[in-house]
Design a binder for this molecule. Structure first.
Ligand SMILES: [Zn+2]
Ligand SMILES: [Zn+2]
Length: 97
């Protein structure tokens, strides 16, 4: 058993099954669904973190996988911007009053 290959479990393998013919009717070859976000052809697969499944195109699935909880590095720069812009606006208001 090798674990170095990440296999995405999707419904592409079901295409040949006779009872799935209707399901795959409108779906282009090589895909098994349409992206829930943008409507592009994609794959019906399990959510990487939630016990749900959905259809995502390659772009949105990658986005989903790389999505992470905010780290300090993500929070501090916008916070600084907020403080700078905030103090700038505050200065203008105090000048006007
Ligand atoms: Zn697929
Ligand atoms: Zn998409």
């Amino acid at each position: 058993m090798t674990k170095d290959k990440i296999e995405v479990h999707c419904y592409c393998g079901e295409r040949d099954k006779p009872n799935m013919k209707k399901f795959f009717e409108d779906i282009p070859m090589g895909y098994c669904g349409f992206c829930d976000i943008c409507g592009e052809a994609g794959h019906l697969q399990a959510h990487p973190r939630s016990p749900t499944s959905g259809v995502w195109c390659d772009t949105h699935y990658k986005e989903l996988v790389s999505y992470k909880i905010f780290t300090l590095g993500d929070i501090i720069p916008p916070l600084f911007m907020f403080i700078i812009v905030g103090s700038f606006i505050y200065n203008i208001f105090t000048l006007l009053c």
